[in-house]
Design a protein around this ligand. Sequence first.
Ligand SMILES: [Fe+2]
Length: 156
Amino acid sequence: MSTTSTAPSDGERPSAAPALQESLAELIDLSLLGKQAHWNVYGKNFRALHQQLDDVVEFARQSADTVAERLVAIGANADGRASTVAAESGLPALEEGSLPDTTVVTFMVEAYTTTIANMRHRIEALGSTDSVSQDLLIGITAELEKQSWMFQAEMA
Ligand SMILES: [Fe+2]
C-alpha cells in the first residue's frame, strides 16, 4: 500500500530503497536471532556468549533504526513488521529449544557470513544509485565483520 510522505526525494535516491529494506529485514532478524540465542544458550562458554549476544542485539537494533530512518529520508517507507521480516530476511533459521554454546557459535558465524555477503552485494549496487545509503551500509558492514571475527575466533 502506498502512503504519503513528506520526505525529500530527488527522483534518484528512492531506487536505493530495496537494498535498504532488505538490510532492515536482515538486521531486525539478526536482533531477534541474537536474543533467541542469548536466552537459550548453555555450556562452558555460557557467560561470555550470553553477554556477547546482547552486544549483537544492541548493534543490530541501532543499525536497523538507522536504516529505517534512511528509508524514510529518501522518500520511501520502512517496513519492520514481523511478517515482512520473515518473508524478506535471508538469514538462516535457528532451531528451537536449548542451544549448546558450540551450536550458537557455528550458527552465528553462518548468519554473519550470509548477511555480510548480502550487504556487500547491496553496497556494490548502491554505488550507482545513492552513495550516502552506500556509505551507511559500509559502516554497518564493517561492524558486522568485526562481530563475525569475534565468533570465528571462538571456533578453535
Ligand atoms: Fe538478557
